[in-house]
Design a protein around this ligand. Structure first.
Ligand SMILES: Cc1ncc(COP(=O)(O)OP(=O)(O)O)c(N)n1
Ligand SMILES: Cc1nc(C(=O)O)sc1CCOP(=O)(O)O
Ligand SMILES: [Mg+2]
Length: 208
């Protein structure tokens, strides 16, 4: 299994966004510390998700950057991604592991220690833990868990914890102190005036 990068860029495929342009700006800055998670809107077809993932895999390959696919594990396998990420509405972690195989990277969402331990026992290689703060990027999330919530999960498991939810570089020191290995972001990169600069700030905070 490849070592896991600390900065997870989740693609922003909302109307008006350009996830490939953001990725092309971030790749030379973040390099092997980057993980890209292809996440598409529910209405996106599998064909569109596959085409996007193929393009992301091709962009990541020269930088040795890991590409994962959110939810759609068949797209991950078909497009040659390194693995996937599942949450409560997706395949169970053990089933996802069976689909992807033992060598794949498999992320699972966990919001508290009990489900976190269960996910790692079932085969998760890392956990996405949040929402750290309230975010406008995704609807229907439970209340923010803050640094204390991240710390509770990180203290209960032995796999890397990736904090998510309105995270920017300024939050990274507190998250690392809480035991987070890395962070996953949409808006901090997709919404940045200068995504390369924002990535540099995140990488600097994650690796100092
Ligand atoms: C790193 C990371 N953490 C959490 C999530 C959320 O996954 P999920 O709960 O399945 O929600 P959707 O992203 O599918 O809407 C994630 N994608 N990545
Ligand atoms: C996709 C997603 N999942 C979350 C969770 O807590 O499960 S928060 C989130 C959105 C993250 O985007 P931003 O960095 O712009 O807040
Ligand atoms: Mg999901």
């Amino acid at each position: 299994m490849p070592s896991l990068g600390r900065l997870h860029l989740i693609t922003d495929t909302r109307p008006g966004r350009d996830p490939l342009a953001v990725l092309q700006a971030v790749l030379p800055v973040a390099r092997a510390e980057l993980v890209v998670q292809v996440r598409v809107e529910d209405a996106t077809t599998d064909r569109e998700a596959y085409d996007l993932t193929r393009r992301v895999v091709a962009l990541c390959q020269p930088y040795d950057v890991t590409c994962l696919v959110n939810d759609r594990l068949h797209v991950a396998l078909a497009a040659g991604a390194a693995g996937g990420h599942v949450g409560a509405d997706d395949l169970p972690v053990a089933a996802a592991r069976r689909v992807l195989g033992p060598a794949a990277v498999l992320g699972a969402t966990a919001r508290e220690p009990g489900s976190a331990v269960a996910a790692t026992t079932a085969g998760a290689s890392y956990l996405g833990v949040g929402p750290y703060r309230a975010t406008t990027t995704k609807d229907g999330l439970p209340p923010a868990i803050g640094a204390a919530g991240v710390q509770a999960v990180a203290g209960a498991v032995g796999v890397p914890v990736i904090a998510i939810g309105a995270v920017t570089a300024e939050h990274v020191p507190a998250l690392r102190a809480a035991g987070a290995y890395g962070v996953a972001v949409v808006g901090a990169l997709s919404g940045a005036t200068d995504p390369a600069r924002a990535a540099a700030a995140l990488i600097g905070a994650l690796t100092c």
